[in-house]
Design a protein around this ligand. Structure first.
Ligand SMILES: Nc1ncnc2c1ncn2[C@@H]1O[C@H](COP(=O)(O)OP(=O)(O)OP(=O)(O)O)[C@@H](O)[C@H]1O
Ligand SMILES: [Mg+2]
Length: 252
């Protein structure tokens, strides 16, 4: 029994406990609890402006929760020493809502950037890692292009390749397909699925894209009024008796 409990704890790579977050008097997150297991893909649904991006930002430390704890691989950022913090941060990749490539850098330079900031990077391996990451997203041909020469979908894929450069174990995606046509969205969704299969990454994905959700989600959580109001598989939630929850799935 004790072993089972231990195995269970090791299995959880990301855990949010009793998270609250306010901006001034405005309480965005009231009571957020979530456990994500290694290799699991969790999709976070919720209406615009309800705190989905804020949850992701708290996880990577871009925002500080007002109260509650966030554990990644069983540790809180606040418990870490400076040198541990860097090693730890590398385990988490974040794909920003905007993609956020550096316009003045080529694709190659964009991908090299997070790596050359690491104190222990190996210069001789750099070209190979850049090419591998670009191959993973099917865009090796774009290596010497500037972001202005790329389409929206290509930028998202390059941003994903850049996230992969530090070989993260957890990837947080903020609306990876928003603003893209259905075909490109579908390509990105398949890429996310590939990452999970090839690299066994753990993913937390904020999206409004229901076909993407259907393809990638092992589990879905629905944010409403600062807390998760529903949780389950696609099939469960799509036939939920709660109109609010079912509303996300009635897109056709
Ligand atoms: N730094 C900040 N200062 C003040 N308020 C903020 C800040 N960041 C977010 N908010 C507020 O918190 C709320 C949730 O924002 P968030 O960006 O998480 O929404 P979201 O669910 O990601 O929406 P969308 O689907 O439109 O991206 C919004 O009302 C927003 O105005
Ligand atoms: Mg957002």
């Amino acid at each position: 029994m004790e072993n089972e409990v231990n195995a269970n704890t090791e299995d959880t790579v990301l855990q949010l406990t009793d998270i609250k977050k306010s901006f001034g008097n405005f309480e965005v997150l009231k009571d957020v609890n979530l456990k994500v297991k290694k290799g699991e893909t969790v999709v976070l649904l919720g209406k615009s402006g309800t705190g989905k991006s804020v949850i992701l930002k708290c996880i990577i430390g871009l925002e500080q929760q007002t109260s509650g704890t966030i554990q990644i691989f069983g540790k809180e950022f606040t418990d870490l020493k400076d040198d541990e913090e860097n090693v730890f941060k590398r385990k988490i990749g974040f794909l920003f809502q905007s993609g956020a490539l550096y316009d003045s850098m080529t694709v190659r330079q964009n991908l090299e950037f997070p790596v050359i900031r690491q104190p222990d990077y190996k210069k001789e391996d750099l070209t190979e890692s850049v090419e591998e990451a670009l191959n993973n997203v099917g865009l090796l041909d774009a290596i010497d292009k500037f972001p202005s020469e790329l389409s929206g979908g290509m930028k998202k894929r390059i941003a994903l390749a850049r996230t992969l450069m530090l070989k993260p174990e957890i990837i947080l995606y903020d609306e990876p397909t928003t603003g893209l046509d259905p075909v490109t969205s579908n390509e990105i969704s398949h890429l996310i699925l590939d990452m999970q299969k090839k690299l066994n990454v753990t993913s937390l994905i904020v999206t409004h894209d229901i076909p993407c959700t259907h393809l990638v989600a092992d589990r879905i959580v629905v944010l409403k009024e600062g807390t998760f109001t529903a949780e389950g598989s696609y099939e469960d939630l799509a036939k939920s008796e709660d109109d609010f929850v079912r509303g996300f799935f009635e897109f056709e």
